[in-house]
Design a protein around this ligand. Structure first.
Ligand SMILES: Cc1cc2nc3c(=O)[nH]c(=O)nc-3n(C[C@H](O)[C@H](O)[C@H](O)COP(=O)(O)OP(=O)(O)OC[C@H]3O[C@@H](n4cnc5c(N)ncnc54)[C@H](O)[C@@H]3O)c2cc1C
Length: 435
């Protein structure tokens, strides 16, 4: 998978002219990049280049976005195209970030059902890798999509709507393989207020015995842990102000104690970068993400990996990881456990399966992390764990293909929209085609 160089931060600083990903662990394989300002320009560029990749906000940790030939960035195509207040739908250009979109729709009285931990990522880049937030009844961010408009490898404008059924389901989580998403239409709901409550040191035994109840304690629940003790370090409960959690404002939650001040998921770090907690009301887009738009999310200099298991297997999978906690913790900043409802998207890790994602924010030490990931993957193998498409993993393409029942049909669709493999990079060649 690591066809492109994963470099130490020192090496990447020494090559300032190169384009790196957000975390700085990856220097992309070309620095050739163009910034179209319109759909027409984008179409011309796609016709012009025999090989290329569309680059979003560069938040993936692996080489899924990489190209050795040419990048097209939709940085300058970040406008709202249409807000349909009748249908509660918004259409945005392919370069728009959630953090740019959210205040605009909020002002008009609308909200998205969920967001990822950070608002800095582009809608198109997030949707194409099945990026998710948390919540037992909340599908990933791709489930907000009701229509997708992209330019295929021949420069043609393709539009697919939810009513197109399976072809739409095949396209939304497209892994950047089908074309350049020029516009994307998202389903909205009325805007809402939210608040967050944090509890510290949840005994693991409580999680084992009450997993479903704990995960149902709010609209969106996240568990943060470092696997070093018999407790989950922090439980973040995000509730809609109009349907308060039974636990908000209480001193205790299944043996965990209410935090007395705002905290960072990595307890040693300042909570300044984090969205407001302690039950303070705020708009949905300033509570659903853990990190504020204007601030560095997470730790910064880090690596990330994440694995999805079915909800039924979640407790066993978490306990299995806890058993290898001593191997993980020297390389770990923090882990996060979240729930995601099932969906219909062929290449989504949550395809037809309500899921639990076990995430690892790791130190930026690829030599050691590359040895650790196979251990985590082996531990989670009995639970058919699938890796996040945008994060690091070492699983073989053969194994991946067994986890995606629609992989073959997806590749047929790729052939239809991109017959000459214009958008196929080393990541796709390896992970979809085993080359
Ligand atoms: C600090 C941090 C926190 C994160 N938190 C979460 C989280 O809470 N939940 C989660 O699931 N993930 C999370 N991620 C991962 C992140 O959401 C995904 O990696 C996401 O895909 C990044 O989007 P991007 O715009 O940066 O895309 P890029 O990394 O730039 O590209 C990703 C893929 O999208 C394609 N692409 C981008 N734009 C287009 C377009 N317009 N048309 C066609 N293809 C396109 C690229 O070709 C590539 O294949 C996090 C990452 C970081 C760094």
């Amino acid at each position: 998978m690591m066809a492109a160089p994963l470099v130490s931060p020192i090496e990447s600083w020494a090559m300032p002219e190169k384009i790196s990903n957000w975390a700085g662990n990856l220097v992309y394989s070309t620095d050739k990049i163009v910034y179209p300002k319109s759909v027409e320009e984008l179409q011309k560029l796609i016709v012009q280049y025999p090989k290329m990749k569309v680059l979003g906000t560069k938040h993936c940790f692996n080489t899924i976005a990489d190209s050795k030939d040419q990048f097209v960035s939709l940085r300058d195509m970040n406008r709202m195209v249409k807000l349909d207040t009748e249908k509660s739908e918004v259409t945005v250009e392919g370069g728009m970030k959630y953090g740019e979109l959210a205040p605009i729709i909020d002002e008009k009285g609308f909200a998205l059902h969920n967001l990822a931990s950070l608002p800095h990522i582009s809608v198109a880049g997030a949707v194409t890798t099945a990026t998710h937030g948390s919540g037992l009844k909340n599908g990933n961010l791709s489930t907000q999509v009701v229509a997708i408009q992209f330019i295929n490898a021949s420069g043609e404008w393709i539009e697919l709507k939810k009513s197109d059924g399976e072809k739409f389901n095949a396209t939304v989580v497209g892994l950047g393989a089908l074309g350049a998403i020029a516009n994307i239409t998202l389903k909205l709901q009325p805007k809402f207020q939210m608040r967050q409550w944090v509890f510290e040191k949840l005994p693991l035994s409580q999680l084992r015995d009450n997993f479903e109840t704990i995960e149902s304690a709010g609209y969106s629940v996240s568990l943060f842990t470092d696997w070093t003790t018999e407790s989950i370090n922090e439980v973040w409960i995000k509730e809609r102000s109009s349907s308060p959690s039974a636990y908000g404002g209480k001193p205790e939650f299944f043996g965990a104690a209410a935090a007395t001040k705002n905290v960072h998921p990595i307890i040693e770090l300042s909570a300044e970068n984090c969205t407001e907690q302690m039950g303070v009301d705020g708009p949905w887009y300033e509570r659903l993400p853990h990190f504020k738009m204007g601030f560095t999310p997470s730790s910064g200099k880090e690596l990330q990996a994440e694995y999805f298991v079915s909800k039924q297997n979640a407790v066993d999978a978490i306990l299995a990881i806890q058993k290898i906690g001593k191997q993980i913790s020297p390389h770990l900043f923090i882990s996060e456990i979240r729930t995601i409802d099932g969906d219909d998207f062929w290449m989504s890790p949550c395809y037809k399966q309500p899921s639990v994602a076990i995430h690892f924010t790791l130190k930026q030490d690829w030599p050691n992390v590359s040895k650790l990931l196979p251990v985590i993957e082996k531990t989670l193998e009995p639970f058919n764990a699938k890796p996040h498409w945008g994060k690091l993993f070492t699983m073989s393409p053969a194994k991946l293909s067994t986890l995606y029942p629609k992989m073959k049909e997806f590749k047929n669709l790729v052939a239809e929209f991109d017959a000459k493999a214009k958008f196929r990079n080393a990541f796709l060649s390896r992970n979809l085609y085993g080359k």
